[in-house]
Each structure stands twice: as structure tokens, then as C-alpha cells.
Design a protein. Structure first.
Length: 426
């Protein structure tokens, strides 16, 4: 992945108006791509976002033996081809770029019986162990050794098992799923992650010939099928609810009326509820969400992150940003990743009144932020700083925007199309 040079420059913007379309979810498409390791054939994945992480996962899968390209005649369509020549080793220089790369472990074990995968990288949110991934795969019959930064895995044959996750981990659920679909016998995954992106993977696997029941629930039932019964399939990626949340937040701080096309309100119920409590109107429509914010100041509230269907940790930087200009004091509690307050110092540079204490942030709203140079520490925090820049008097210069490029498909262009005063300087 080449890091795009330059900066994002944001200035205080008036009411936003118009329509913006949300592409497919980053947190889904990368796992769908990994699932193509399971069986030979030609896949077409549509509604694919034009983000750097898709390119990086494409490079990783090419190293493993699955090639891919974006169809120039059909925007957003990713064509993937698995010829059957799989090399079950994921090299460090590719894995270290994105944490989602760990999900190649399950399908490689299922397909090849062995795998050698570097420990994953990605955004630094503090300690995020993969113990649940390994414990679940061990229950299916895999064994692991850690050697010089690589996970070396093998199995004499995967078999069904009853697995209860200590925590509804998205990545662990996905890794176990992709191994269990061809394991001999039945697998039950209790306390499974319920995120829409997990359901999207389940639906894709079922379209390939897998047999998964309980999709969208905390208990998944996987009836293993012979590996030869799987076949390549086509699939449209579910809409990115975090990108949608970003455009809703931008309207909340800038005011205006915008239709966010493709956004699925049923996947964002807790976020929409919180916006409404702050004074923002968010109305589900047939193909999106209509968001309206008037000149009244936002109202502060308290919020805590929880596994889906609770308030997602990826929404939190946006919520903290909204609270910086809201009326009153709000307390934000991070229950999932304790290190994920590292963008607070950047918001403070803009004049935000925020105090952190462990996994809590106390945000006292100010009447206006002030533009300043800031640095994007990760994908979601970078987007939140862009939103903050649209609410700040003067000019906000955001650097390290390669993080934003990893998860957002033309964030600057989409906001500018709504009337935001924003540009990319390369």
C-alpha cells in the first residue's frame, strides 16, 4: 500500500445539503475476500469501497494464491479468482498493515490443513489478543505454535465442536466460522458476534454452499459440508454503517438536511437513538436515512460502547466530537478497547474541553472549536477530526491522512459534494 501524501484541510462549514451514497463496509469486504480461499472459482464481489485496505488484502491474497482486480467497466465490482494453487503462508510485510488479515487463518486451515501467518498489525488501540481465535480453532482440531512472530498452525482434520466465546469477538467468530463450514460434523458458536458484517459473511458462505443457521443471533449453528461441495459465488457487500455515521455526524455539527443513500437504519439503531437524544432528526427511508439538524445547539448525553447491538466503539470518536460542541457535559465510557482515547489530545488542540480517566472521557461542550494542525492517529479518529474541522472556526490541517484512506472511500469528495468547505492537498 502506498501512503497518499498530503493533508486534508477543513474549514467551518454552513448547512450541508443534498445526497451522499455510502459504499460497502470495510469491516465486511475484507472478510469476504478471505473467504475466497476456501474453494476454487471466479467470484464477483460488488459494492466494494475504494479504500487502501481492500488493495492491501488483495496483495495478501495474491501472495497466498488468489488473484483479484477491480472491473474497470463496473465500478465497485471486485473480481477474484482462486485457481487452486494456494500457498498457506501469509508474510509479515503484508499482514502487519491490517489487523483483519488474521482472518485468513481459519480458511487456510480448512483448505490446506496447515497455515503460517504473521501476527497481525493494523490500528493501535492497545492490547487486542487473538487468544479467542486460537482457542476456538483448537476446539475444531487445530494445533498452534508461535515461532519468531509467526503463528504456525496445522490440523489432521477439522471436526465440529461446541464453542462458547468469552466475549463476542467479531474476528474470532469469523475465523471459527470459515474453518467450521468444512469441519466434519456440527459446530455451535455461543456468544457469537452479531454485527451486520458477521451476518454478511454468513450469507456469503451460505451462498457458496455452506450451512449456517442462526444468522444474526448470538448462537450460530454450522453444519459442516465436504470442501468439494463449496463453489464460488457472487455477493454485494453490506453498506458501511460507520461511513454512514460519519456523514450523519457532519450534518449534526454543520446543520442542514442530507439523505445518506444506502445507509441501513436497522444496523444503526443505537447510534440513531443517541443522535435523536442530542436534537438531530434521523428518519429511515426506503434506501437510506434522512438527517436534519437545525441551528439549535446539540444536547450533551452519556454513552458507553458495547458489543452489537450496543453503541459501537467505531462510533465513539464521532460521538466525542459531537459532545465537544454540545451544550452541557457528557461522559463517554469505552468498554472494549481501553487504549482508544488517543485522539483526545488532537481534539484538545482544537480547543475541546476533554478530561480522560481510565476508560472514561468527560467532555464539557464549548461554543466553538478553533482550527489548528492535528494528526489522524487511526481510521475512525481521523474521520472524527475531519468532522471536528468542519465545526471549527478557521482552518484545520489534518495530517497522517493515509489512515483515513484505509477506511473511507473519497471522504473529502463526498463531504464537498454536500457543500462542506474541505479539500485534499497532496
Amino acid at each position: 500500500m502506498s501512503r497518499s501524501p498530503g493533508y486534508i484541510v477543513a474549514r467551518r462549514s454552513g448547512p450541508l445539503e443534498g445526497e451522499v451514497t455510502v459504499p460497502g463496509a470495510k469491516n465486511s469486504v475484507l472478510k469476504l475476500m478471505a473467504a475466497t480461499l476456501l474453494t476454487n472459482g471466479r467470484y464477483e464481489i460488488s459494492n466494494v469501497p475504494g479504500i487502501d485496505d481492500v488493495a492491501t488484502m488483495g496483495e495478501l491474497l495474491a501472495a497466498l494464491g488468489v488473484t483479484s482486480y477491480l472491473d474497470p467497466a463496473r465500478p465497485g465490482v471486485l473480481v477474484m479468482e482462486n485457481s487452486g494453487s494456494i500457498t498457506p503462508e501469509a508474510p509479515y510485510e503484508l499482514v502487519e498493515r491490517i489487523r483483519a488479515s488474521i482472518v485468513v487463518l481459519g480458511p487456510l486451515l480448512a483448505r490446506c490443513g496447515v497455515a503460517r501467518v504473521s501476527m497481525p498489525g493494523g490500528d493501535d488501540f492497545g492490547k487486542r489478543p487473538i487468544d479467542m481465535h486460537l482457542k476456538g480453532l483448537e476446539a475444531l482440531g487445530a494445533t498452534f505454535e508461535l515461532r519468531r512472530g509467526y503463528i504456525e498452525a496445522r490440523t489432521e482434520g477439522l471436526h465440529g465442536a461446541d464453542i462458547t466465546l468469552d466475549f463476542p469477538s467479531v474476528g474470532a467468530t469469523e475465523n471459527i466460522l470459515m474453518a467450521a463450514v468444512v469441519a466434519k460434523g456440527a459446530t455451535v458458536i455461543d456468544n457469537a458476534a452479531r454485527e451486520p458484517e458477521v451476518a454478511d459473511l454468513c450469507n456469503f458462505l451460505n451462498s457458496m454452499g455452506a450451512s449456517i443457521e442462526g444468522v444474526g443471533s448470538p448462537t450460530l449453528y454450522v453444519h459442516g459440508v465436504p470442501q468439494g461441495d463449496l463453489s464460488a459465488a457472487n455477493h454485494a457487500v453490506v453498506a458501511d454503517r460507520v461511513q454512514a455515521a460519519t456523514y450523519l455526524a457532519a450534518v449534526a455539527v454543520c446543520q442542514g438536511e442530507v439523505v445518506v443513500r444506502g445507509a441501513r437504519a436497522e444496523h444503526m439503531e443505537m447510534y440513531l437513538r443517541r443522535l435523536r437524544e442530542m436534537g438531530v432528526q434521523a428518519t429511515p427511508q426506503q434506501d437510506g436515512i434522512l438527517v436534519y439538524a437545525d441551528s439549535r445547539r446539540l444536547r450533551s448525553l452519556d454513552v458507553q460502547t458495547l458489543p452489537y447491538p450496543g453503541f459501537a466503539t467505531d462510533y465513539k470518536p464521532l460521538m466525542v466530537t459531537l459532545l465537544t460542541v454540545a451544550d452541557g457535559v457528557g461522559i463517554v465510557t469505552e468498554n472494549l478497547y481501553p487504549g482508544r482515547f488517543r485522539y483526545v489530545e488532537e481534539l484538545q488542540r482544537l480547543g475541546a474541553d476533554i478530561r480522560t480517566d481510565g476508560h472514561h472521557a468527560v467532555v464539557r461542550g464549548v461554543t466553538a472549536l478553533e482550527g489548528a494542525p492535528v494528526r489522524a492517529p487511526d481510521i475512525r479518529a481521523g474521520a472524527a477530526l475531519v468532522v471536528a474541522g468542519l465545526a471549527a472556526v478557521g482552518e484545520t490541517l489534518i495530517s497522517d491522512v493515509h489512515h483515513v484512506d484505509r477506511g473511507y472511500d473519497d471522504l473529502v469528495g463526498r463531504l464537498a459534494s454536500l457543500g462542506a468547505d474541505i479539500e485534499r492537498i497532496r
